[in-house]
Design a protein around this ligand. Structure first.
Ligand code: SF4
Ligand code: SF4
Length: 306
């Protein structure tokens, strides 16, 4: 199999595995009395391991952020040229029922939202494992950086919370979306979603990035309007400067953890109020959606129907 054929086969396999997870997997479940899927409408994007945005993430996402080659070397113990690696990133959208429930909340998360955060995310972790296994079956070595034992979350006074592998930043490089005022990634399926990713030793054509700025899909950053996410935040942790991660963290734990235990009866935390009831909840805001941009006017000769 040549490199092009292997890349095409890998894309087919990845997209089939994600689709099967969404449609058929018992792991894609809210659990408890909610006999319904946690996620729907998946999106997948790809980047080459040599994309210059990956080393640049050491500036924007934290000095300890790995490049794909660093993650691969750490996990597989093998030095691989960056351009021999692909990064595969996916979006799992929250369901309509989960979003509708959370829109009604003004302080704590709905039970569906909290369940998607805990039990849905467990399923997402399982999806990483399934994907690695299926790729291995096709002769492609792959790993999940965020699940590696070396993965670390760092908290420092200067940059707040950073990690070895930021799913949001990786999804941005993979053409899946741009950042909003609240810090979430606004994708074609909106901001109410969860992300996952792998690094694989295969060449896959990168997904085009239909944006020229890392905040292109946010109404606040692009048009100076909106700010709905700031109004939705129950603890005032979002303002014109972005999100105060520490204030958000304090609300998540212990406040929502205590509430979820007392009211819903399981250990967990979550909020997502800034991800629901906002214009970017389920889509790129219409004014900024590249898919809705008017087609360019025809050149003068074309206009006269040559
Ligand atoms: S709610 Fe508005 S301001 Fe906040 S991230 Fe979405 S588009 Fe940007
Ligand atoms: S997750 Fe909740 S607390 Fe954190 S910024 Fe969003 S609305 Fe505020």
């Amino acid at each position: 199999m040549n490199a092009t054929t292997a890349g095409t086969a890998a894309v087919d396999l990845v997209e089939r595995v994600v689709r099967e997870f969404i449609d058929d997997s018992s792991a894609n479940s809210l659990g408890g009395a909610f006999r319904e899927p946690a996620f729907c409408n998946p999106l997948v994007g790809y980047a080459n391991g040599a994309d210059p945005l990956f080393p640049a993430l050491k500036e924007s996402a934290g000095a300890g952020h790995w490049t794909p080659a660093e993650a691969f070397a750490l996990c597989a113990g093998e030095e691989v040229a960056p351009d021999e690696l692909a990064v595969i990133s996916w979006v799992l959208c929250q369901t309509q029922a989960t979003k509708a429930d959370n829109r009604k909340q003004d302080l704590y998360p709905s039970e569906r939202w909290a369940r998607a955060r805990i039990f849905g995310q467990r399923g997402n972790v399982e999806l990483h494992r399934i994907m690695i296994e299926k790729l291995a079956g096709a002769g492609i070595e792959a790993l999940a950086p965020a699940l590696m034992p070396q993965f670390a979350v760092c908290r420092d006074a200067h940059s707040g919370v950073t990690s070895s592998w930021s799913e949001r930043h990786v999804a941005y490089v993979c053409g899946l979306g741009t950042f909003g005022l609240s810090g979430g990634l606004i994708t074609a399926g909106g901001k109410a979603m969860r992300l996952g990713s792998l690094v694989a030793k295969v060449r896959i054509p990168p997904t085009p990035r239909p944006y020229d700025s890392h905040t292109a899909y946010c109404l606040h950053y692009s048009l100076g309007t909106c700010g709905r996410c700031a109004k939705r935040c129950p603890v005032g942790s979002i303002n014109a400067g972005g999100r105060d991660i520490r204030a958000c963290d304090r609300h998540l734990q212990p406040t929502t953890r205590d509430f979820i235990k007392a009211e819903y009866g399981f250990d967990g935390y979550g909020c997502g109020l800034c991800q629901t009831g906002v214009p970017c909840e389920s889509r790129i805001p219409r004014q900024l959606d590249p898919a809705r941009r008017p087609a360019p006017a025809p050149a003068p000769d074309d206009a006269h129907g040559r």
